[in-house]
Design a protein around this ligand. Structure first.
Ligand code: CP3
Length: 370
């Protein structure tokens, strides 16, 4: 029994009383309590690999703010780690792999990720589900996630975060067969990974394609989108009688709205390079009434609380000016409020309170005006 099912309803295009809100990277370094838990755990991976700590930090933002969904605390790079690439996080430098895929031999040896090595993730999912229960009811639904096959390939080939993922793109342009092989292995791996998260208790699934937007038109569709579509095809649409919404997020992907709409996702997450009303109109013109998630620029959270409220309101006003997803729905239905990318670690925590208050009050007020 869910105490608050606004998020799931909005994903499936059903009417809700107010616009649901959650934030990408909502559990993270902008919260002092997160930093305290990470200090206890000793490191980022120490935190992510310990289900008790992962549960603790997953719940922290929910205890502070009126958010409508929890997201599993983990990282997209756990999957290549379980393929034997050797993941490390160096403080201040981000992730790196001991064994990046730089030769044909290394690529050909790549095998589907070993799910046994990811047991800590599935244990965290089931522990979070238990911790979300309050007075016999679940507070909010739990989102599971993965990186997209292409975004994972960027890190797997380059070996760390770089400006341009030069090695990955070079492999794609000069040896598309090798890149295709990596994408195929990744697609099968992340589909298996998402299915295990479902079995452990995830109630919605999100695919993060952070680096799809740096591909040329044509290559995006062939490489990143096609491999995400393969993942979606491998997933069950229902689990234990419940429809499982799938959210697809290609950062910088707004120009490909028509292609993304065909991939089989229930929700398209967008960044700030397209407005919600424009995205809604495009989807309706395609005959694809999919829900939208997004898309406040996370840097707006560095403004004063009044400006944050103004910006959140203008985003809702913009969507309210568009047609509804289906007859009988308010224009604001079928939308999950979020940022267009992860929250910055330097965000003042009180900014999120201002945002949540504005989204709650204003999205209710606009609905009552209908
Ligand atoms: O949203 C959530 O609260 C769930 C947790 C989550 C993390 N990473 C925790 C994390 C999620 C959904 C991710 C996804 C992720 N990881 C993506 C896709 C989304 C995006 O932000 O584009 C990517 C590209 C990664 C890879 C990654 N992980 C990088 C490049 C870094 C270093 C950059 C940085 O922000 O420091 C990480 C580390 C990481 N993953 C942190 C967190 C909270 C910060 C490290 C720390 O806490 O010490």
């Amino acid at each position: 029994m869910l105490l608050n099912d606004r998020f799931l309803k909005a994903c499936l295009g059903e009417a809700v009383d107010q616009t649901p809100l959650w934030l990408m990277r909502q559990a993270g370094r902008y919260l002092p309590e997160y930093n305290a838990t990470q200090a206890k755990a000793g490191s980022f991976l120490g935190l992510a690999k310990n289900p008790r700590y992962a549960t603790e930090v997953t719940l922290q933002p929910l205890d502070r703010y009126p958010l409508d969904a929890a997201i599993l605390f983990s990282d997209i790079l756990t999957v290549p780690d379980a393929m034997g690439l050797g993941l490390k996080f160096t403080a201040g430098e981000g992730p790196s792999f001991d064994h990046p895929l730089r030769t044909e031999e290394a690529v050909k040896k790549l095998r589907i990720a070993d799910m046994d090595q990811l047991k800590y993730v599935f244990d965290a999912v089931s522990e979070i589900r238990k911790a979300l229960i309050q007075d016999g009811k679940q507070r909010v639904p739990l989102i599971g996630f993965t990186g997209s096959p292409w975004t994972l390939a960027c890190y797997m080939v380059d070996g760390s975060s770089t400006d341009d993922f030069r090695h990955a793109k070079t492999m794609m342009f000069s040896r598309p067969d090798l890149m295709q092989h990596i994408l195929d292995v990744n697609a099968k791996s992340v589909a298996a990974y998402l299915i295990e998260q479902l079995k452990a208790g995830a109630q919605a699934l999100m695919i993060f394609d952070t680096w799809g937007g740096m591909l040329p038109d044509g290559w995006y569709q062939k490489m990143s989108l096609a491999s995400m579509q393969k993942v979606i095809e491998l997933l069950p649409r229902e689990y234990e009688g419940n429809r499982i919404p799938i959210i697809m997020f290609t950062k910088g992907g707004a120009v490909w709205m028509d292609d993304m709409a065909q991939a089989g996702a229930d929700v398209i997450a967008i960044d700030w390079t397209i407005s919600l009303s424009r995205a809604r109109k495009q989807l309706l013109a395609l005959g694809k009434p999919l829900a939208l998630q997004g898309n406040l620029d996370p840097l707006i959270l560095f403004s004063e609380p009044e400006q944050i409220a103004t910006q959140a309101k203008s985003l809702l006003d913009d969507l309210a000016s568009a047609p509804g997803l289906k007859p009988g729905l308010h224009a604001l239905d079928g939308h999950i409020f979020n940022l267009g990318h992860g929250i910055s670690q330097f965000t003042p925590p009180q900014s999120v309170s201002a945002l949540a208050e504005a989204v709650t009050k204003y999205s209710r007020a606009l609905r009552s005006k209908r």
